[in-house]
Design a binder for this molecule. Structure first.
Ligand SMILES: [Zn+2]
Length: 212
């Protein structure tokens, strides 16, 4: 993959780590130019007693761990589950990112994702980037009925260990004992996707558009 300017879209601050944390670790290792846009810090989904900045701070911890400074991420503060109310505004922000950053690859949620916030980001991603960038979607199996494993990014064990490490920054989510944050699940899915392409580990993606 000869893509160097990579825009990563997270409807909520943990989505891209879950969907493609191994690939992100690999991009960092390969010194790709990354811009990571998180749209909601899901203040209303936090466990009781958590400060409202918790997920924002946890996301910044992730970026710090990956040595991505503030030039490499944007954190917006849309309310969780309310992104459909801001479609046009989100489109305009994505168009402005397109003009400023000029990504050659955009990675975001699947058009087959059933979460309403993920749907908005997936749709506006296509509208904003369809004629300028390659676009692929990461896998969040609990949100899909259909997911086409059209493209794979092979990962080494250290990329998947890094994925586990950055996910452990989300203490507020780990505390909720979400199974998709578990080591077993992360390693199991990466191994499953790896087996499909004769690699030790991998992450799978849908291809929405590919421009060489
Ligand atoms: Zn999400």
């Amino acid at each position: 993959m000869i893509k160097n300017k990579i825009l990563i879209l997270s409807p909520h601050t943990d989505d891209a780590e879950l969907g493609c944390g191994g690939a992100i670790a690999k991009f960092v290792e390969e010194k790709k130019d990354i811009l990571w846009y998180a749209f909601s810090t899901a203040e209303d989904s936090l466990p009781q007693g958590c400060h409202k900045d918790t997920l924002r701070n946890e996301f910044i911890d992730v970026c710090n761990q990956l040595k991505l400074n503030e030039n490499h991420y944007i954190i917006d503060n849309y309310a969780v589950r309310k992104l459909p109310n801001y479609r046009q505004e989100i489109l305009e922000k994505l168009v402005s990112v397109k003009n400023d950053f000029k990504p050659d690859l955009v990675i975001g949620p699947s058009l087959n994702d059933f979460h309403q916030d993920h749907q908005v980001i997936a749709n506006e991603m296509v509208r904003a980037f369809k004629s300028s960038s390659s676009i692929i979607s990461y896998e969040l199996p609990w949100n899909h009925i259909d997911f086409s494993t059209q493209m794979f990014i092979p990962c080494k064990k250290e990329h998947i260990l890094k994925k586990l490490e950055i996910l452990s920054c989300y203490k507020s989510q780990v505390e909720k004992q979400r199974e998709y944050f578990s080591k077993d699940f992360i390693l199991g899915l990466a191994k499953t996707r790896g087996i499909q392409i004769n690699s030790k580990f991998a992450e799978a993606f849908e291809v929405i558009r590919w421009i060489e």
